[in-house]
Design a protein around this ligand. Structure first.
Ligand code: FES
Length: 111
């Protein structure tokens, strides 16, 4: 189901606190986390070595931490701690028990 660019990825009840899940929206690889009841969605691809592993990371100090080499990305912004680059962060909307995510497709980005 699609509305205003948002697409349903799962049920809120499918997400476990601080455990990532991986979803695909068209060709976009997405990591979704629930932290303190709030849902966050990011690109699943770590910018370091372009590894599709962010769904398998962990949450620490308000950051999602890449499981490979420990790069930390701010949960609120997706920014790499202490720099301006980082993960693409996507808008999340909760409708009832449905989790909807609006991704930025590669062709929408200016790079
Ligand atoms: S692949 Fe993510 S920190 Fe190295």
């Amino acid at each position: 189901m699609e509305s205003n660019g948002f697409e349903k990825v799962c049920k809120l009840s499918d997400l476990r606190e601080k455990e990532g899940k991986r979803y695909w929206i068209d060709d976009v690889d997405v990591a979704v986390y629930k932290v303190d009841g709030e849902v966050f969605a990011f690109s699943n691809v770590c910018p370091h070595q372009h590894a599709p592993v962010m769904y398998n990371g962990f949450i620490e100090e308000g950051c999602i931490v890449c499981p490979n080499h420990g790069w930390m990305f701010d949960l609120k912004t997706g920014s790499l701690k202490a720099t301006h680059s980082g993960l693409d962060k996507y808008d999340v909307k909760i409708e009832g028990d449905d989790v909807l995510v609006k991704v930025k497709k590669k062709k929408d980005l200016n790079w």
